[in-house]
Ligand binder design. Structure first.
Ligand SMILES: Cc1cc2nc3c(=O)[nH]c(=O)nc-3n(C[C@H](O)[C@H](O)[C@H](O)COP(=O)(O)OP(=O)(O)OC[C@H]3O[C@@H](n4cnc5c(N)ncnc54)[C@H](O)[C@@H]3O)c2cc1C
Length: 805
C-alpha cells in the first residue's frame, strides 16, 4: 500500500496494474485526463505481465489493428527518453519461417497486406534466413518473412516506464489495494469499493487481466475470457546467440524464440492447450507461476530440437509455466460494457498483451475522452459477445482451441470446432440429414452449403474450393428456379411503446414513419456519419416495430439503441430472436411456390416490394415480407419457432415440382456480392459513410429533431471522398478471390477487397473494395488493376458502383 491516502473521488479508476492498466492510465493522462487513480491488488506487473516473453510484432489482420500495433512500437521506442526509465525495447527485427508452400502463400498474403498498411516487410529465402539467424536449421524451409521494425521489450520495465509517465502527468497509483465491488446507481458506475475504503468515480476501467471475468461479475458485466497454462523455456548462454538475434517464429512448429542474456527463450502455442482450471483465481496469485509440465510442452520441445539443434546441449535454466487469458475468438476485449454505463473493459490479450498494450491503451483513452475510438475496432469490441458467452465450461473448452490457433495454419473460411453446436434452428437435424455443412456465427449453427450426403468433406485449400460446384448449384437454383435459406440466426429486436417511433426516427437515417405493414432498410449512423448498423424495420403497429439485424449484432444494436434512448421516454426494446425462425424463399419461382402453399394473395399488387403482413401458410400463420437480399424475386418468412418444421415441410412438398433446393450462406453471400449488396462488417462499419459506400447519391431528407449523423452527412456530402467502394471482377475464372486481397494500380496499393465470391453471372469471382487516395475521387468507370492473391498479382477490373438508394 502506498503512503498516499486513497482519494475519495477520481474521474477514472483503473483496476489492475499490469501493462494494460498502466497504458490506459498513461494515455488518459496524455489526453489531459489526469484525475485518474490506478488500483492494483498486488504490485505493478505482479499478475501476468512480469513473466511475459516480450515479443512485439506489428503484423495484424486488418488496417486498424496494424496501425494500433505500429503505434505501440513507436511508443515503446521513445518512452525511455520521455520517462528516463528503460523499457528494454530492442528493434531486433523478426523472421517468420514457412515449412510448407501453403504457409508461405499465407505469409505472402500477410506481407502484401502489411505493405499496404505501411509496414516494412521483406520476402527472404532460406539462405538469407541462415545468414540472419545463426544456429537455425533452414534446410527444410520454403521461405520466410523479415520485418525489420519488429522487436522485443522487457515487459516489467516497459510497464514501470508507462506507470512513471502516467504518474508524471498526475495519475495516482496505489499498490496493495484490492477492489472488491463496483458502486452503481441508475445503471451507471458511481465508484469502487476496496479493502481500503471507497473511491467515488465517474468511470471504472477493468484492466484486471485474467481476473477480469470474475471482477466483471461483481458488477454484472460479462468479460468472456479464461486462463490457460502457457509455457516457455529459458536456456543459459549459447555460443553464437547475440543480442540482435532476431525474434523468430516457426508457426508450423508452433514455436517462437527470442534472445535473452546470450541464451534463448523458446515458447509456443501447442495445438491442444491446457486450460488452468482454477475458479476463482485468488487475489494472492502474485508473482507466481504454475508447475512445470514437460508432457504438455513436449510437442513444442520436439519441434524446437528440430529447428535449433543447439538446444540438445544447451543448459536449460527453467521451463516457465504462467497463466494467460484467452477469449472465445482469440481477439482481445475492449470498450464500454453494454451492461453498465461508464464501465470500460480492456483485457483478454491472448498472449499478445505486451505487443498490443500501447495501442489498446490509446484507443481506450480515446473511447473515454472522445466518446468513441477514432477508428473502427469491431474485431475487439466487447459488444461482439452475447451474454451466453460467460458459460465457464464453454470458455474452458474453447480455450483449448483458441490458444492453439495462434500459430495454426488458418485456411480461408476455417471454422472453430469447439462448443458446437450451441444455438440451433429447429431445422438443424433435418438440414444435417440432407448434407448441410455448418458454420458458426455468434454461437448459431448456420448452413454454409449442402454437399451430397455420400460425398467426402471438402478439403481445405487456398485455391478454388472443392465445395464450389455445390455452392454454384445453389446459386443457379436461386437465379433460375427457387431456393430456400434458413436464416433463423438473424437477430430480431422488438421496439415498442408510445415513444418507439420518435426513438427510431432519431436513430435511423431513413424515415421509418411509414404506414403499418411497410418496411424500411436503413442505416443507423454514428456522429461521424459512419455505419453503427444497418437493418430492416418492419412496422407491425403504430407503436410496434420489428428490427431484423445481423446474426452477430444483437448485443451491439441493443446497446446502441438503449444508450440513445432518452431517460424519460416510454419505449421498450426486447430481443425476440429466439421467438421467430426465418426462412427466405428466393428465386423467380418463389411467387409460384407461395401461391401453392398459401391462399393469401402475395402478388406484387397485394404485397408490393418492402411490405409485410401475416398470412396462412399450410396450417400455420406466418409473417411474410416481400424482399430479397440476393436480388430478384423473393420473400422472407418470419415463423413462430414451433411452426418452423411444418412450414419447411409444406414448402418442400409443394416445391419439389418447381425444383426447390435448400441453400446456404456461401451461396447467399456470393449472390449478394454479385448484386453489390453491401454487408455490415465487410463493406459497412463505423469508418464508412453512406457516401463512401456509394449507398446515396443525394442527401437524405433532414429530420426534426435530426437523426444521429445528419450533421456529419451534411458537412461531408460535398467534400471529396477519402475512400470509395467499387466493384471488382476477376478477369480469369481460375483465380479464386477470398476477400482481403490488396489491389494495386501502377505499382501503388489503392485498397483491399472487402468481400468476394463466385459470380454466377460473371463466370468469375466478383467482389467489392474500398479504393483510397486519388482513386476515391476519380471516376473509375472501368479500370484495370491487379489483386494480390496470396501475394501473386492477378488481373481484375474495377468498376464504379451505382448508388443503391
Ligand atoms: C508465458 C507467457 C508468455 C507471454 N509472452 C508474450 C509476448 O511475448 N508478447 C506479448 O505481447 N504478450 C505475451 N504474453 C502475454 C502478456 O503477458 C499478457 O497479455 C499481458 O501481460 C496482460 O497484461 P494485463 O495488464 O492485461 O494483465 P496483468 O499483468 O495480469 O495485470 C492485471 C492486474 O490486475 C490486478 N487485479 C486483478 N483483479 C484486481 C482487483 N480486484 N483489484 C485490484 N487489482 C486487481 C492483478 O493483480 C494484475 O496485476 C505472454 C504471457 C505468458 C503467460
Amino acid at each position: 500500500m502506498s503512503d498516499m491516502a486513497l482519494p475519495q473521488h477520481a474521474r477514472v479508476v483503473v483496476v489492475g496494474g499490469g501493462i494494460v492498466g498502466c497504458s490506459v492510465a498513461y494515455h488518459l493522462a496524455l489526453m489531459g485526463w489526469t484525475d485518474v487513480v490506478l488500483l492494483e491488488q498486488g504490485q505493478l506487473t505482479s499478475g501476468t505481465t512480469w513473466h511475459a516473453a516480450g515479443l512485439v510484432g506489428q503484423m495484424r489482420a486488418n488496417r486498424n489493428m496494424t496501425r494500433m500495433s505500429k503505434y505501440g512500437i513507436e511508443l515503446y521506442a521513445r518512452l525511455e527518453q520521455e520517462t528516463g526509465l528503460a523499457t528494454g525495447w530492442r528493434a531486433s527485427g523478426s523472421v517468420t519461417v514457412a515449412r510448407t508452400p501453403e504457409r508461405m502463400q499465407m505469409l505472402r498474403r500477410q506481407m502484401a497486406l502489411a505493405r499496404s498498411f505501411g509496414v516494412e516487410v521483406h520476402d527472404i529465402s532460406p539462405m538469407e534466413v541462415a545468414q540472419r539467424v545463426p544456429l537455425l536449421r533452414t534446410d527444410d524451409l520454403c521461405g520466410a518473412v523479415w520485418l525489420p521494425g519488429d522487436g522485443k521489450a522487457n515487459p516489467s520495465d516497459l510497464t514501470m516506464s508507462l506507470a512513471k509517465g502516467a504518474r508524471q502527468r498526475g495519475v495516482k497509483i496505489f499498490e496493495g489495494v484490492e477492489v472488491v465491488g463496483v458502486l452503481q446507481a441508475q445503471g451507471q458506475v458511481r465508484g469502487v469499493q476496496t479493502l481500503a475504503g471507497e473511491v467515488r468515480c465517474d468511470i471504472v476501467v477493468n484492466c484486471a487481466g485474467q481476473w477480469a471475468r470474475q471482477f466483471g461479475q461483481l458488477a454484472g458485466v460479462n468479460v468472456p475470457l479464461y486462463s490457460a497454462e502457457h509455457f516457455y523455456l529459458v536456456t543459459g548462454k549459447i555460443e553464437g546467440i547475440h543480442p540482435l538475434w532476431p525474434v523468430v517464429r516457426d508457426p508450423d512448429g508452433f514455436i517462437y524464440y527470442k534472445e535473452e542474456v546470450g541464451g534463448l527463450v523458446m515458447g509456443g502455442f501447442e495445438p491442444v492447450a491446457k486450460p488452468w482450471r482454477v475458479d476463482p483465481i485468488p487475489a494472492t496469485f502474485q508473482f507466481q507461476l504454475l508447475g512445470e509440465d514437460w508432457d504438455q510442452f513436449e510437442v513444442l520441445m520436439r519441434s524446437a530440437l528440430h529447428r535449433t539443434p543447439c538446444l540438445e546441449t544447451a543448459d536449460i535454466k527453467m521451463l516457465l509455466n504462467g497463466p494467460e487469458s484467452f477469449t472465445p475468438d482469440g481477439n482481445f476485449i475492449m470498450g464500454e460494457a453494454p451492461e453498465l454505463r461508464h464501465y470500460f473493459v480492456c483485457a483478454g490479450f491472448n498472449s499478445a498483451g505486451i505487443a498490443n498494450a500501447g495501442g489498446a491503451g490509446r484507443l481506450m483513452a480515446e473511447w473515454m475522452v472522445q466518446g468513441a475510438p477514432s477508428v473502427d475496432v469491431w474485431d475487439v469490441d466487447i459488444r461482439r459477445f452475447a451474454p451466453f458467452t460467460s458459460n465457464r465450461r464453454a470458455l474452458a473448452e474453447r480455450t483449448v482451441e483458441t490458444l492453439g490457433l495462434h500459430y495454426a495454419m488458418r485456411w480461408p473460411r476455417q471454422e472453430l470446432q469447439t462448443v458446437r453446436p450451441l444455438r440451433t434452428s429447429p431445422l438443424y437435424d433435418t438440414l444435417a440429414g440432407k448434407g448441410a455443412v455448418f458454420g458458426s456465427k455468434n454461437g448459431w449453427e448456420r448452413v454454409n452449403y449442402f454437399k451430397p450426403v455420400d460425398a467426402p468433406a471438402a478439403r481445405d485449400t487456398l485455391g478454388t474450393p472443392e465445395w464450389l460446384p455445390w455452392v454454384q448449384a445453389e446459386q443457379v437454383a436461386t437465379r433460375e428456379t427457387v431456393a430456400l435459406y434458413d436464416q433463423s440466426s438473424f437477430s430480431k429486436l422488438l421496439v415498442q411503446g408510445r415513444d418507439a417511433l420518435a426513438l427510431l426516427q432519431r436513430l435511423c437515417m431513413r424515415h421509418v414513419d411509414t404506414p403499418v405493414g411497410q418496411m424500411v432498410y436503413t442505416p443507423m449512423l454514428n456522429e461521424r456519419g459512419g455505419y453503427e448498423s444497418d437493418f430492416t424495420v418492419l412496422r407491425l403497429a403504430p407503436a410496434i416495430f420489428l428490427l431484423i439485424t445481423g446474426s452477430a449484432q444483437a448485443t451491439r444494436d441493443l446497446d446502441w439503441i438503449s444508450r440513445h434512448t432518452l431517460p424519460e421516454s416510454w419505449v421498450s426494446v426486447t430481443d425476440v430472436t429466439a421467438m421467430y425462425s426465418v426462412l427466405s424463399l428466393m428465386g423467380p419461382l418463389a411467387p409460384t411456390l407461395m401461391a401453392r402453399v398459401s391462399p393469401d394473395d402475395v402478388s406484387p399488387q397485394a404485397l408490393p416490394l418492402r411490405s409485410t403482413r401475416e398470412i396462412d401458410l399450410g396450417h400455420a400463420r406466418v409473417r411474410v415480407a416481400r424482399m430479397s437480399y440476393v436480388g430478384g424475386l423473393g420473400f422472407e418468412l418470419y415463423i413462430p419457432v414451433e411452426m418452423t418444421r411444418h412450414v419447411y415441410q409444406t414448402l418442400h412438398t409443394a416445391g419439389v415440382a418447381l425444383g426447390l433446393r435448400d441453400a446456404g450462406y456461401y451461396a447467399l453471400d456470393a449472390l449478394r456480392i454479385e448484386r453489390s449488396r453491401r454487408a455490415w462488417g465487410a463493406e459497412l462499419g463505423p469508418d464508412e459513410t453512406p457516401m463512401a459506400a456509394r449507398m446515396i447519391t443525394r442527401l437524405p431528407a433532414d429530420k426534426t429533431p435530426p437523426f444521429i449523423g445528419q450533421k456529419a452527412l451534411r458537412d461531408q456530402f460535398h467534400l471529396p471522398l477519402h475512400q470509395k467502394l467499387v466493384r471488382v471482377v476477376a478477369e480469369k475464372p481460375e483465380h479464386y478471390l477470398w476477400g482481403g486481397e490488396p489491389l494495386v494500380i501502377d505499382g501503388e496499393t489503392v485498397g483491399e477487397i472487402s468481400s468476394a465470391g463466385w459470380g454466377h453471372e460473371s463466370g468469375a469471382c466478383v467482389g467489392m473494395a474500398y479504393v483510397r487516395g486519388d482513386w476515391a475521387v476519380r471516376d473509375v468507370v472501368t479500370q484495370a488493376a491487379t489483386a494480390l492473391l496470396w501475394g501473386e498479382p492477378v488481373p481484375v477490373l474495377l468498376h464504379d458502383l451505382t448508388a443503391m438508394l
